[in-house]
Design a protein around this ligand. Sequence first.
Ligand SMILES: NC(=O)c1ccc[n+]([C@@H]2O[C@H](COP(=O)([O-])OP(=O)(O)OC[C@H]3O[C@@H](n4cnc5c(N)ncnc54)[C@H](O)[C@@H]3O)[C@@H](O)[C@H]2O)c1
Length: 346
Amino acid sequence: MGRQVQVGIIGFGFMGTTHFDIYKNSEKSKVVAMADVDLAKRAGDISTVFANIGDGDNSKPVDLAGIKTYADGMDLINDPNVEMVDICVPVYLHKQYALAAISAGKNVMCEKPLARTSAEAQEIADAAERAGVKLMAGMCIRFWPEYKHALETVKSGTAGRIISAAFKRVSPDMNNIGWENWFMNADLSGGALLDLHLHDVDFILQLIGMPKAVTAFGTTVHSDHGIDHVMARYDYGNGTLVTAEGGWSPAKGTPFEMSFQIVCEKMTLRFASADGYSLIHEDGTVEKPEPSEAAMPTGWHVELDYLLDCIINDVKLDMPLNEVVEAIRLVEAEQQSIDQNKTVEI
Ligand SMILES: NC(=O)c1ccc[n+]([C@@H]2O[C@H](COP(=O)([O-])OP(=O)(O)OC[C@H]3O[C@@H](n4cnc5c(N)ncnc54)[C@H](O)[C@@H]3O)[C@@H](O)[C@H]2O)c1
């Protein structure tokens, strides 16, 4: 067996346990520590954890034998056996743990959004740059096989100019899901706009770049949630029609849905979580490519495998942190557009 990255996970909820499972099954990593404020989770009981994608069987306790458990994430960061800190706590806590891990000289995986605001995200990005540590933000859609393949296909020029692009990411109602219902407190999570829709905003920036202006419409189901559902239109000043819908307003039990349709001059690229991925050519022929990354169970596996490779081989991550900050900045422009009921120039 080759070198294994020694990982410590802070926050053992949906994402922390998902990452734990991936590290456990990878020969490139070993989880040596976990931290969570919840005593039950420190004992391996994850029955209160919710899942939206993946097998989601949380009824069985997790075996934490041989793994150091901490109530305080700062103690995990200071554990000399921890080489990489994986931050999977609610968003408003990202900054304090990310900055502490960076100043301890640890490599960092921080779940998305990197921070609650673009200003905080910039602070983290600057600190990581100064310290020379590797820091990845969990912008996992960049690693989702169909999204990655579509991005590469469009960037290669074979599809021709983009005429329109529409994205959708809709989850069932997240009320009473997550630790102390933090998703539903917009001050803590940023609402569906920042927590969910951000993925498509980041992908749009990768695909087409920063728009000249954005116009967004949003709705709130309960007053303290922030925006629960958004429809946004991105203006590139050249007639390209780009829209995205995101939210968690549908009833519980509604299937999670992520999809895109990118209409280009020479082909239309379509993906829907329920229907799969296809390229439809000008002459009507339909191709069903199988991206090589699809051999892994999810994009989260692809994402963490890439990060582990970069750490093991000491290779710079191909995820400039200014891009991660810019995605949050664009979401903030959408929030402003909704609040002021007007188009916002970027
Ligand atoms: N990339 C994705 O597709 C994706 C999907 C879901 C969530 N996320 C992100 O993952 C992060 C965590 O979300 P989640 O769904 O796992 O939330 P969650 O509520 O399921 O889990 C949060 C965990 O953090 C623990 N916690 C709270 N405060 C703590 C503290 N101070 N120290 C240590 N542990 C603490 C809680 O006990 C809980 O176990 C968020 O940033 C979220 O946006 C990403």
